[in-house]
Design a protein around this ligand. Structure first.
Ligand code: C6P
Length: 408
Protein backbone atom coordinates (compact mmCIF):
# COMPACT_ATOMS: atom_id res chain seq x y z
CA UNK A 1 0.00 0.00 0.00
CA UNK A 2 1.52 3.42 -0.96
CA UNK A 3 1.81 6.27 1.55
CA UNK A 4 -1.55 7.98 1.13
CA UNK A 5 -2.39 11.63 1.86
CA UNK A 6 -4.57 12.18 4.93
CA UNK A 7 -8.16 13.32 4.43
CA UNK A 8 -7.71 15.74 7.35
CA UNK A 9 -10.43 17.18 9.50
CA UNK A 10 -13.28 17.13 7.01
CA UNK A 11 -16.13 14.88 8.10
CA UNK A 12 -17.39 13.44 4.83
CA UNK A 13 -19.86 11.16 6.59
CA UNK A 14 -21.54 14.10 8.33
CA UNK A 15 -21.70 15.89 4.98
CA UNK A 16 -23.09 12.79 3.27
CA UNK A 17 -26.00 12.65 5.73
CA UNK A 18 -27.49 15.70 4.02
CA UNK A 19 -28.01 13.72 0.81
CA UNK A 20 -31.12 11.50 0.88
CA UNK A 21 -30.00 9.53 -2.18
CA UNK A 22 -26.68 8.60 -0.55
CA UNK A 23 -27.53 8.40 3.14
CA UNK A 24 -27.88 4.84 4.37
CA UNK A 25 -26.98 3.58 0.91
CA UNK A 26 -23.85 1.75 -0.22
CA UNK A 27 -23.78 3.40 -3.64
CA UNK A 28 -20.31 4.70 -4.47
CA UNK A 29 -21.17 7.72 -6.58
CA UNK A 30 -18.08 8.98 -8.38
CA UNK A 31 -19.71 11.00 -11.15
CA UNK A 32 -20.09 14.36 -9.46
CA UNK A 33 -18.55 16.21 -12.41
CA UNK A 34 -21.57 15.11 -14.44
CA UNK A 35 -23.98 16.22 -11.74
CA UNK A 36 -23.86 16.46 -7.97
CA UNK A 37 -26.33 14.73 -5.71
CA UNK A 38 -28.82 17.06 -4.03
CA UNK A 39 -29.00 17.83 -0.32
CA UNK A 40 -32.35 17.68 1.49
CA UNK A 41 -32.25 21.48 1.93
CA UNK A 42 -32.36 22.03 -1.85
CA UNK A 43 -35.03 19.39 -2.44
CA UNK A 44 -37.15 20.97 0.32
CA UNK A 45 -36.74 24.51 -1.08
CA UNK A 46 -38.02 23.35 -4.48
CA UNK A 47 -40.86 21.39 -2.91
CA UNK A 48 -41.83 24.33 -0.68
CA UNK A 49 -42.08 26.61 -3.70
CA UNK A 50 -44.41 24.24 -5.54
CA UNK A 51 -46.48 23.37 -2.49
CA UNK A 52 -46.83 26.78 -0.82
CA UNK A 53 -46.16 29.76 -3.13
CA UNK A 54 -46.12 28.56 -6.74
CA UNK A 55 -47.01 31.42 -9.11
CA UNK A 56 -45.49 32.98 -12.19
CA UNK A 57 -43.00 35.79 -11.62
CA UNK A 58 -43.03 39.48 -12.65
CA UNK A 59 -46.63 39.21 -13.88
CA UNK A 60 -49.25 38.72 -11.18
CA UNK A 61 -50.63 41.50 -9.00
CA UNK A 62 -51.64 39.25 -6.16
CA UNK A 63 -49.83 38.19 -2.99
CA UNK A 64 -48.77 34.74 -4.14
CA UNK A 65 -47.17 36.15 -7.28
CA UNK A 66 -45.37 38.77 -5.19
CA UNK A 67 -44.01 36.06 -2.96
CA UNK A 68 -42.75 34.03 -5.95
CA UNK A 69 -41.25 37.13 -7.59
CA UNK A 70 -39.52 38.16 -4.35
CA UNK A 71 -38.02 34.68 -3.93
CA UNK A 72 -36.87 34.67 -7.56
CA UNK A 73 -35.25 38.11 -7.33
CA UNK A 74 -33.77 37.39 -3.90
CA UNK A 75 -32.11 34.37 -5.48
CA UNK A 76 -30.48 36.70 -8.00
CA UNK A 77 -29.02 38.66 -5.13
CA UNK A 78 -27.87 35.44 -3.45
CA UNK A 79 -25.94 34.57 -6.62
CA UNK A 80 -24.56 38.10 -6.81
CA UNK A 81 -23.22 37.90 -3.27
CA UNK A 82 -21.83 34.39 -3.82
CA UNK A 83 -19.60 35.50 -6.70
CA UNK A 84 -19.21 39.08 -5.43
CA UNK A 85 -20.65 40.71 -8.55
CA UNK A 86 -21.10 44.47 -8.34
CA UNK A 87 -24.82 44.39 -9.05
CA UNK A 88 -27.58 41.80 -9.30
CA UNK A 89 -28.26 43.26 -12.77
CA UNK A 90 -25.12 41.37 -13.79
CA UNK A 91 -26.72 38.00 -13.02
CA UNK A 92 -28.75 36.33 -15.78
CA UNK A 93 -30.56 33.07 -15.21
CA UNK A 94 -30.22 30.57 -18.05
CA UNK A 95 -30.72 26.83 -18.51
CA UNK A 96 -27.07 26.13 -17.66
CA UNK A 97 -23.47 26.76 -18.68
CA UNK A 98 -24.20 25.65 -22.25
CA UNK A 99 -26.94 28.22 -22.74
CA UNK A 100 -24.90 30.93 -21.00
CA UNK A 101 -22.03 30.43 -23.47
CA UNK A 102 -24.37 30.38 -26.46
CA UNK A 103 -25.97 33.60 -25.21
CA UNK A 104 -22.61 35.39 -25.18
CA UNK A 105 -21.66 33.90 -28.55
CA UNK A 106 -24.85 35.02 -30.25
CA UNK A 107 -25.56 38.27 -28.49
CA UNK A 108 -22.10 39.72 -27.84
CA UNK A 109 -19.50 38.09 -30.04
CA UNK A 110 -21.27 37.31 -33.35
CA UNK A 111 -21.67 40.97 -34.36
CA UNK A 112 -18.03 41.76 -33.51
CA UNK A 113 -16.43 39.12 -35.72
CA UNK A 114 -15.13 39.56 -39.23
CA UNK A 115 -12.22 38.46 -41.37
CA UNK A 116 -9.02 39.29 -39.53
CA UNK A 117 -10.45 38.94 -36.01
CA UNK A 118 -9.87 35.84 -33.93
CA UNK A 119 -11.34 33.76 -31.12
CA UNK A 120 -9.06 32.02 -28.60
CA UNK A 121 -10.12 28.82 -26.85
CA UNK A 122 -8.12 25.86 -25.52
CA UNK A 123 -7.71 22.27 -26.59
CA UNK A 124 -9.31 21.06 -23.35
CA UNK A 125 -12.64 22.87 -23.71
CA UNK A 126 -15.89 21.04 -23.11
CA UNK A 127 -17.84 20.91 -26.40
CA UNK A 128 -20.15 23.61 -24.95
CA UNK A 129 -17.25 26.04 -25.01
CA UNK A 130 -15.91 24.92 -28.36
CA UNK A 131 -18.71 24.36 -30.85
CA UNK A 132 -20.42 27.77 -30.42
CA UNK A 133 -17.09 29.47 -31.24
CA UNK A 134 -16.17 27.07 -34.03
CA UNK A 135 -19.51 27.71 -35.73
CA UNK A 136 -19.24 31.49 -35.32
CA UNK A 137 -15.71 31.43 -36.75
CA UNK A 138 -16.92 29.46 -39.77
CA UNK A 139 -19.77 31.87 -40.42
CA UNK A 140 -17.77 35.06 -39.97
CA UNK A 141 -14.39 34.17 -41.43
CA UNK A 142 -12.76 34.86 -38.06
CA UNK A 143 -9.90 32.58 -37.02
CA UNK A 144 -10.36 30.02 -34.24
CA UNK A 145 -7.07 29.85 -32.33
CA UNK A 146 -6.51 26.98 -29.92
CA UNK A 147 -4.22 27.03 -26.88
CA UNK A 148 -2.51 23.62 -27.01
CA UNK A 149 -2.11 21.19 -24.13
CA UNK A 150 0.97 19.14 -23.22
CA UNK A 151 1.18 15.47 -22.22
CA UNK A 152 0.43 16.31 -18.59
CA UNK A 153 -2.86 17.90 -19.61
CA UNK A 154 -1.71 21.42 -18.82
CA UNK A 155 -2.07 24.41 -21.13
CA UNK A 156 1.16 25.38 -22.89
CA UNK A 157 1.18 28.87 -21.47
CA UNK A 158 3.71 30.72 -23.58
CA UNK A 159 2.23 29.44 -26.79
CA UNK A 160 -1.29 30.17 -25.57
CA UNK A 161 -0.55 33.71 -24.49
CA UNK A 162 1.15 34.30 -27.84
CA UNK A 163 -2.16 33.60 -29.61
CA UNK A 164 -3.87 36.58 -27.99
CA UNK A 165 -3.52 39.92 -29.74
CA UNK A 166 -5.37 43.18 -30.42
CA UNK A 167 -7.66 41.37 -32.87
CA UNK A 168 -8.78 38.76 -30.34
CA UNK A 169 -12.51 39.35 -29.95
CA UNK A 170 -13.03 36.76 -27.24
CA UNK A 171 -10.99 34.36 -25.13
CA UNK A 172 -13.21 31.53 -23.88
CA UNK A 173 -11.41 29.39 -21.35
CA UNK A 174 -12.33 26.57 -19.03
CA UNK A 175 -11.45 27.13 -15.37
CA UNK A 176 -11.29 23.42 -14.46
CA UNK A 177 -11.18 20.68 -17.08
CA UNK A 178 -13.94 18.10 -16.69
CA UNK A 179 -11.90 15.33 -18.32
CA UNK A 180 -8.32 16.00 -17.18
CA UNK A 181 -8.98 17.61 -13.82
CA UNK A 182 -6.63 20.49 -14.66
CA UNK A 183 -7.16 23.76 -12.81
CA UNK A 184 -6.02 26.42 -15.27
CA UNK A 185 -4.10 29.58 -14.38
CA UNK A 186 -6.99 31.73 -15.59
CA UNK A 187 -5.54 34.85 -13.93
CA UNK A 188 -2.68 34.88 -16.40
CA UNK A 189 -5.12 34.85 -19.31
CA UNK A 190 -7.38 37.49 -17.77
CA UNK A 191 -4.33 39.74 -17.33
CA UNK A 192 -3.40 39.19 -20.96
CA UNK A 193 -6.98 39.92 -22.04
CA UNK A 194 -6.86 43.26 -20.21
CA UNK A 195 -3.59 44.14 -21.97
CA UNK A 196 -4.85 43.26 -25.44
CA UNK A 197 -8.28 44.81 -24.76
CA UNK A 198 -9.98 41.48 -25.47
CA UNK A 199 -13.08 40.13 -23.79
CA UNK A 200 -12.70 36.99 -21.69
CA UNK A 201 -15.27 34.38 -20.70
CA UNK A 202 -14.53 31.80 -18.02
CA UNK A 203 -16.34 28.46 -18.03
CA UNK A 204 -16.56 27.78 -14.31
CA UNK A 205 -18.96 24.81 -14.58
CA UNK A 206 -16.55 22.51 -12.70
CA UNK A 207 -15.23 25.13 -10.32
CA UNK A 208 -18.13 26.61 -8.37
CA UNK A 209 -18.67 23.84 -5.83
CA UNK A 210 -14.94 23.40 -5.25
CA UNK A 211 -13.53 26.86 -4.64
CA UNK A 212 -14.78 30.36 -3.98
CA UNK A 213 -14.92 32.65 -6.99
CA UNK A 214 -14.85 36.45 -6.81
CA UNK A 215 -15.61 37.97 -10.21
CA UNK A 216 -14.43 41.45 -9.19
CA UNK A 217 -11.09 40.12 -7.97
CA UNK A 218 -10.76 37.99 -11.11
CA UNK A 219 -11.85 40.83 -13.40
CA UNK A 220 -13.26 38.45 -16.01
CA UNK A 221 -15.91 39.83 -18.38
CA UNK A 222 -18.21 36.82 -18.39
CA UNK A 223 -18.44 33.76 -16.14
CA UNK A 224 -20.78 30.80 -16.66
CA UNK A 225 -21.89 27.97 -14.41
CA UNK A 226 -24.64 25.38 -13.87
CA UNK A 227 -26.66 24.90 -10.69
CA UNK A 228 -26.71 21.11 -10.93
CA UNK A 229 -22.94 20.89 -10.55
CA UNK A 230 -23.14 22.83 -7.28
CA UNK A 231 -25.77 20.69 -5.51
CA UNK A 232 -28.64 22.62 -7.12
CA UNK A 233 -31.37 21.58 -9.56
CA UNK A 234 -30.89 20.70 -13.22
CA UNK A 235 -32.06 23.04 -15.98
CA UNK A 236 -30.83 26.25 -14.42
CA UNK A 237 -27.56 28.12 -14.64
CA UNK A 238 -26.04 31.56 -14.58
CA UNK A 239 -24.38 33.98 -16.91
CA UNK A 240 -22.46 36.65 -15.06
CA UNK A 241 -21.50 39.58 -17.29
CA UNK A 242 -20.10 43.02 -16.57
CA UNK A 243 -23.00 45.44 -16.66
CA UNK A 244 -21.47 47.71 -19.31
CA UNK A 245 -21.11 44.71 -21.66
CA UNK A 246 -24.59 43.34 -20.98
CA UNK A 247 -26.09 46.75 -21.71
CA UNK A 248 -24.53 46.71 -25.18
CA UNK A 249 -26.02 43.30 -25.96
CA UNK A 250 -29.27 42.75 -27.86
CA UNK A 251 -31.74 40.12 -26.60
CA UNK A 252 -30.85 36.50 -27.24
CA UNK A 253 -34.44 35.29 -27.38
CA UNK A 254 -37.70 37.16 -27.73
CA UNK A 255 -40.95 36.68 -25.85
CA UNK A 256 -42.84 37.59 -22.70
CA UNK A 257 -41.49 39.75 -19.86
CA UNK A 258 -38.37 40.97 -21.66
CA UNK A 259 -40.01 43.95 -23.34
CA UNK A 260 -40.73 47.56 -22.47
CA UNK A 261 -43.37 48.07 -25.13
CA UNK A 262 -44.59 46.25 -28.20
CA UNK A 263 -46.56 47.32 -31.25
CA UNK A 264 -47.18 45.31 -34.38
CA UNK A 265 -44.34 47.19 -36.05
CA UNK A 266 -41.64 47.31 -33.40
CA UNK A 267 -40.62 46.57 -29.80
CA UNK A 268 -38.33 47.99 -27.18
CA UNK A 269 -36.60 45.84 -24.60
CA UNK A 270 -36.00 45.95 -20.87
CA UNK A 271 -32.57 46.47 -19.40
CA UNK A 272 -30.45 43.49 -18.39
CA UNK A 273 -30.95 41.04 -16.80
CA UNK A 274 -34.66 40.82 -17.78
CA UNK A 275 -33.90 41.48 -21.44
CA UNK A 276 -32.22 38.06 -21.50
CA UNK A 277 -34.89 36.10 -19.66
CA UNK A 278 -37.69 35.74 -22.21
CA UNK A 279 -40.66 33.58 -21.24
CA UNK A 280 -41.45 31.92 -17.94
CA UNK A 281 -38.14 31.09 -16.30
CA UNK A 282 -37.25 28.01 -14.27
CA UNK A 283 -38.56 29.59 -11.07
CA UNK A 284 -38.26 26.48 -8.90
CA UNK A 285 -34.78 25.88 -10.28
CA UNK A 286 -33.65 29.40 -9.46
CA UNK A 287 -35.02 29.10 -5.91
CA UNK A 288 -33.27 25.73 -5.61
CA UNK A 289 -30.03 27.30 -6.83
CA UNK A 290 -30.23 29.92 -4.07
CA UNK A 291 -30.75 27.14 -1.57
CA UNK A 292 -27.69 25.28 -2.90
CA UNK A 293 -25.66 28.48 -2.49
CA UNK A 294 -26.78 28.82 1.14
CA UNK A 295 -25.71 25.19 1.55
CA UNK A 296 -22.33 25.88 -0.05
CA UNK A 297 -21.89 29.03 2.05
CA UNK A 298 -22.41 26.96 5.18
CA UNK A 299 -19.89 24.30 4.20
CA UNK A 300 -17.46 26.60 2.33
CA UNK A 301 -16.57 25.68 -1.26
CA UNK A 302 -12.83 25.78 -0.52
CA UNK A 303 -13.17 23.13 2.20
CA UNK A 304 -15.32 20.91 -0.01
CA UNK A 305 -12.89 21.35 -2.89
CA UNK A 306 -9.87 20.51 -0.79
CA UNK A 307 -11.49 17.26 0.42
CA UNK A 308 -12.24 16.30 -3.20
CA UNK A 309 -8.65 17.14 -4.18
CA UNK A 310 -7.26 14.92 -1.43
CA UNK A 311 -9.47 12.06 -2.60
CA UNK A 312 -8.13 12.61 -6.13
CA UNK A 313 -4.55 12.47 -4.80
CA UNK A 314 -5.35 9.21 -3.00
CA UNK A 315 -6.91 7.86 -6.20
CA UNK A 316 -3.81 8.81 -8.21
CA UNK A 317 -1.53 7.02 -5.73
CA UNK A 318 -3.67 3.88 -5.65
CA UNK A 319 -4.22 3.80 -9.40
CA UNK A 320 -0.49 4.18 -10.02
CA UNK A 321 0.21 1.28 -7.67
CA UNK A 322 -2.12 -0.87 -9.81
CA UNK A 323 -0.36 0.26 -12.98
CA UNK A 324 -3.14 2.07 -14.84
CA UNK A 325 -2.47 4.72 -17.48
CA UNK A 326 -3.37 8.12 -16.06
CA UNK A 327 -4.73 10.56 -18.61
CA UNK A 328 -3.75 13.94 -17.28
CA UNK A 329 -1.18 14.56 -14.57
CA UNK A 330 -1.63 18.33 -14.30
CA UNK A 331 0.29 20.68 -12.05
CA UNK A 332 -2.91 21.70 -10.24
CA UNK A 333 -5.57 19.00 -10.10
CA UNK A 334 -9.20 19.30 -9.00
CA UNK A 335 -11.13 16.30 -7.67
CA UNK A 336 -11.15 14.59 -11.05
CA UNK A 337 -9.00 11.66 -12.22
CA UNK A 338 -9.10 10.12 -15.71
CA UNK A 339 -7.41 6.85 -16.58
CA UNK A 340 -7.38 3.70 -18.69
CA UNK A 341 -7.11 0.14 -17.42
CA UNK A 342 -4.66 -1.48 -19.85
CA UNK A 343 -6.27 -1.47 -23.28
CA UNK A 344 -9.70 -2.48 -21.99
CA UNK A 345 -12.46 -0.24 -23.33
CA UNK A 346 -13.54 2.20 -20.60
CA UNK A 347 -17.21 1.35 -21.14
CA UNK A 348 -16.54 -2.30 -20.28
CA UNK A 349 -14.72 -1.38 -17.09
CA UNK A 350 -17.48 1.07 -16.11
CA UNK A 351 -20.12 -1.62 -16.64
CA UNK A 352 -18.34 -4.02 -14.29
CA UNK A 353 -17.73 -1.26 -11.74
CA UNK A 354 -21.46 -0.56 -11.86
CA UNK A 355 -22.10 -4.21 -10.98
CA UNK A 356 -20.08 -3.58 -7.82
CA UNK A 357 -22.18 -0.51 -6.99
CA UNK A 358 -19.61 2.01 -8.23
CA UNK A 359 -20.91 4.72 -10.58
CA UNK A 360 -18.24 6.31 -12.79
CA UNK A 361 -18.36 7.98 -16.16
CA UNK A 362 -16.63 6.46 -19.18
CA UNK A 363 -16.23 8.00 -22.61
CA UNK A 364 -14.97 11.23 -24.11
CA UNK A 365 -16.74 13.42 -21.55
CA UNK A 366 -17.73 15.89 -24.28
CA UNK A 367 -14.06 16.73 -24.83
CA UNK A 368 -13.26 14.84 -28.02
CA UNK A 369 -10.21 16.98 -28.91
CA UNK A 370 -8.62 15.87 -25.62
CA UNK A 371 -9.19 12.24 -26.58
CA UNK A 372 -7.72 12.92 -30.02
CA UNK A 373 -4.64 14.45 -28.41
CA UNK A 374 -4.00 11.26 -26.42
CA UNK A 375 -5.19 9.06 -29.31
CA UNK A 376 -7.66 7.19 -27.13
CA UNK A 377 -11.40 6.49 -27.49
CA UNK A 378 -12.20 7.76 -24.03
CA UNK A 379 -11.30 7.44 -20.38
CA UNK A 380 -12.69 6.19 -17.11
CA UNK A 381 -13.32 9.17 -14.92
CA UNK A 382 -13.56 9.34 -11.14
CA UNK A 383 -14.99 12.68 -10.07
CA UNK A 384 -15.29 13.38 -6.39
CA UNK A 385 -17.38 15.50 -4.12
CA UNK A 386 -17.22 16.06 -0.40
CA UNK A 387 -19.69 13.22 0.28
CA UNK A 388 -17.09 10.73 -0.96
CA UNK A 389 -14.69 8.97 1.36
CA UNK A 390 -11.22 7.44 1.28
CA UNK A 391 -12.85 4.01 1.74
CA UNK A 392 -14.80 4.50 -1.49
CA UNK A 393 -11.59 5.23 -3.40
CA UNK A 394 -10.06 2.11 -1.89
CA UNK A 395 -13.07 0.09 -3.07
CA UNK A 396 -12.37 1.22 -6.64
CA UNK A 397 -8.71 0.27 -6.29
CA UNK A 398 -9.74 -3.17 -5.06
CA UNK A 399 -12.29 -3.68 -7.83
CA UNK A 400 -9.99 -2.82 -10.74
CA UNK A 401 -7.59 -5.80 -10.43
CA UNK A 402 -10.63 -8.14 -10.31
CA UNK A 403 -12.00 -6.48 -13.44
CA UNK A 404 -8.61 -6.76 -15.11
CA UNK A 405 -8.68 -10.50 -14.46
CA UNK A 406 -12.13 -10.83 -16.04
CA UNK A 407 -11.63 -8.55 -19.05
CA UNK A 408 -7.87 -8.47 -19.55
N1 C6P B 1 -19.87 18.49 -18.02
C1 C6P B 1 -19.47 16.18 -17.37
O1 C6P B 1 -19.84 15.02 -17.11
P1 C6P B 1 -24.25 21.99 -18.73
O2 C6P B 1 -24.52 20.68 -19.40
O3 C6P B 1 -24.66 23.14 -19.58
O4 C6P B 1 -24.74 22.07 -17.33
O5 C6P B 1 -22.64 22.07 -18.57
C2 C6P B 1 -21.82 21.95 -19.70
C3 C6P B 1 -20.39 21.96 -19.29
C4 C6P B 1 -19.60 23.06 -19.61
N2 C6P B 1 -18.32 23.13 -19.22
C5 C6P B 1 -17.74 22.15 -18.51
C6 C6P B 1 -16.32 22.30 -18.08
C7 C6P B 1 -18.47 21.01 -18.18
O6 C6P B 1 -17.87 20.05 -17.47
C8 C6P B 1 -19.82 20.89 -18.59
C9 C6P B 1 -20.62 19.66 -18.31
C10 C6P B 1 -20.52 17.24 -17.66
O7 C6P B 1 -18.28 16.48 -17.41
C11 C6P B 1 -21.52 16.77 -18.67
S1 C6P B 1 -20.80 16.44 -20.25
Amino acid sequence: MPDLPLTGEFNALAFRRHFPLLHGNDLIYLDSAATKQKPAEVIEAVEKFYSTYNANVHRGIYKLADEATDAYENSRDTVRAFINARSSREIIFTRGSTESINLVAQSYVAARLQNGTNIVISEMEHHSNLIPWQQLAKKSGAELRVIPINDNGDLILEEGLGLIDKRTTIIALVHTSNSLGTINPINVFIEKARKSKSTILIDAAQAMAHQSIDVQALDCDFLVFSAHKMFGPTGVGVLYGKQELLEEMPPYQYGGEMIESVSLESSTFRLPPHRFEAGTPNIAGVIGLASSIHFLDTWKPDKLGSHSKILAEIAVELLQSIGVRLIGTPVRRAGIVSFLLDDIHPHDVATLLDQEGIAVRAGHHCTEPVMRYYEIPGTLRLSFSAYNTREEVEQVAKALPRIRKILG
